[in-house]
Design a protein around this ligand. Structure first.
Ligand SMILES: Nc1ncnc2c1ncn2[C@@H]1O[C@H](COP(=O)(O)OP(=O)(O)OP(=O)(O)O)[C@@H](O)[C@H]1O
Ligand SMILES: [Mg+2]
Length: 260
């Protein structure tokens, strides 16, 4: 059973002459644990798709199911509850609250989700490499550190799916790699499903699947670098197992010779 099923998702903004088809019939099936990189030119519909998956926006047409249940549509309260329970959204510009420390920013999101757990918040900050910076305010941290607070914050409410919109868009490549490493490692450990928007094709090595959008449609859907690595690891493991079996067989033969 897929975690997410999108069928014929269309999102039209405006009407008449100003009508824009931001999404034009998206069919997607996403399994738990997938790490998806979403690429495409500016205006191709990436943010719109993320917002619909997050139930921050509603499709004009089509259906969206999460764990085989139709996601509430048109009911603001139900959409908010769905979001609270399932979605961790990392926005491009961090949107940390400046008057709160790193730890307080994480605790606030837990409180909203009804799962306050200070130990977990501290350990999540540690996981993204921010041990010792819990009491810093955003203004006292670098861009990469702030982005990692945003990741810790989105993880600390134990979401089912993490959505990131150009989460490394304004970071240098080294910091961007560190941020992606923290995110992917945490997601893999927790078997979380992730979809991240990026313009940087080199980041597809962090994904198990790479989806390209153009003019509101899926134009390609391929395995990403992680899936290739996983595939290579699997076939290497098979070779080793085969080798081990051969060795056992030859030992048996030798033993037979010795014993007679
Ligand atoms: N609120 C809105 N009202 C009208 N049109 C909108 C609105 N939001 C987005 N659009 C249009 O929908 C299309 C898709 O926008 P979207 O933000 O999803 O693109 P994107 O792929 O995220 O682009 P970028 O890479 O520049 O962030 C664009 O043509 C955009 O102009
Ligand atoms: Mg966008």
């Amino acid at each position: 059973m897929a975690l997410i099923e999108l069928n014929g998702i269309t999102r039209i903004y405006g009407e008449g002459e100003t009508e824009v088809r931001a999404l034009d019939g998206i069919d997607l099936s996403i399994e738990r644990g997938e790490i998806i990189a979403l690429l495409g030119p500016s205006g191709s519909g990436k943010t719109t798709l993320l917002n619909i998956i997050a139930a921050l926006d509603e499709p004009t047409e089509g259906t969206y199911s999460f764990e085989s249940q139709e996601v509430p549509n048109g009911n603001v309260e139900a959409m908010t509850t769905f979001r609270r329970e399932n979605i961790g959204y990392i926005f491009q510009f961090f949107n940390l609250l400046g008057d709160l420390t790193a730890l307080e920013n994480v605790l606030l999101v837990q409180e909203i989700a009804g799962v306050r757990d200070k130990e977990l918040a501290i350990s999540q900050l540690k996981e993204v490499g921010l041990e010792g910076l819990e009491d810093r305010f955003p203004a006292q941290m670098s861009g990469g550190q702030r982005q990692r607070v945003a990741i810790a914050r989105s993880l600390s409410k134990k979401p089912n799916i993490i959505l990131g919109d150009e989460l490394t868009g304004n970071l240098d490549s080294e910091t961007s790699n560190q941020v992606m490493d923290s995110l992917i490692e945490t997601c893999r450990e927790g078997d979380l499903t992730t979809m991240f928007v990026t313009h940087d094709t080199s980041l597809t090595r962090f994904a198990t699947r790479v989806i390209n959008l153009d003019s509101g449609r899926v134009v390609s859907d391929e395995p990403g670098g992680l899936s290739t690595m996983a595939g290579q690891a699997r076939s290497a493991a098979k070779d080793i197992a085969k080798g081990a079996k051969n060795i056992v067989e030859s030992i048996k033969d030798v033993a037979k010779d010795i014993i007679g």
